[in-house]
Design a protein. Structure first.
Length: 268
């Protein structure tokens, strides 16, 4: 079964696109998808990640100001079952008395999602506006503050909200970048090929054109190293291979046309 997000035409000129998530059966021999079922038809899905318990996390972009609006899914992290139904152990928000698809709120633009291989905790990276990219540990029902607080500024140079980076009741990032690195993929290393990297957090960077390796002490980042800086490539995604090597997808070759990708393998 294949799960994918896409944008569908709505037929409404004022709101022409509908973000959707669907599943389908892969017919590998026929090179096609069949039995397509739309499981989410909403207003902001982008990143997708399956948790070990089989539930599906979906993010919604909120570059505007609706991260605090519970009537919309933009600026929220959603948690649903594989068939699109709502898990009964999800948080309850506002005045509702039943679980919501919303798992956490106050997000701007989620770029990477990863589950810690040992603790099962959910971690995310987020794009800030101008500065203020974040690494967050996700707590069910928590509010991460956008657009009330931020370590970045608006693209106009004006402050975000009241210009504050902290406020009571709003969760702080575990780490942030200023200036921005434009984080993309996220991975927590757990293999034996690089034992010195075990439990380290890896973040790919688009505008920063590198991979960030973060050494962790519990929930605290204690050191940062930047890898592949000399290649000058936008790095899009990375995964831990079955043998413990790092598999990295770039956006372009330095001597190739814009958009040409490379698949790199980092090993001992």
């Amino acid at each position: 079964r294949v799960y994918f997000s896409y944008t569908a035409p709505s037929g409404d000129p004022e709101s022409p696109n509908i973000p959707r998530v669907a599943s389908a059966t892969l017919d590998a021999k026929g090179l096609r998808l069949k039995d397509v079922v739309v499981i989410v038809d909403s207003d902001g899905q982008q990143e997708m990640h399956f948790a070990p318990d089989g539930t599906l996390f979906l993010s919604g972009v909120s570059a505007s100001g609706d991260g605090q609006d519970l009537s919309t899914h933009t600026g929220k992290l959603l948690r649903i079952n594989a068939d699109g139904s709502i898990p009964q152990d999800n948080p309850v928000f506002g005045d509702a008395d039943t679980p919501s698809a919303i798992f956490s709120m106050g997000h701007r633009d989620v770029s990477g999602i990863a589950v810690h291989p040992e603790t099962g905790e959910l971690w995310m990276t987020e794009h800030g506006p101008r500065g203020g990219d974040e690494l967050n540990r996700i707590v069910p029902g928590a509010n991460y503050g956008w657009p009330l607080i931020s370590y970045g500024t608006n693209y106009t140079g004006e402050p975000v909200g009241e210009g504050e980076a902290r406020a009571e009741g709003l969760i702080q990032p575990r780490y942030f970048w200023r200036p921005s690195i434009a984080p993309s993929g996220l991975m927590i290393y757990s293999a034996d090929m690089f034992p010195e990297w075990r439990d380290n957090t890896f973040v790919t960077s688009l505008s920063g054109q590198h991979i960030t390796r973060l050494e962790m002490d519990g929930y605290r980042v204690v050191a940062e190293e930047r890898l592949l800086v000399d290649r000058g490539h936008r790095t899009r995604e990375l995964r831990q291979g079955a043998d413990g090597a790092l598999c990295v997808l770039t956006n372009e070759e330095s001597d190739g046309p814009q958009g040409t990708a490379e698949l790199l393998r980092i090993s001992k």
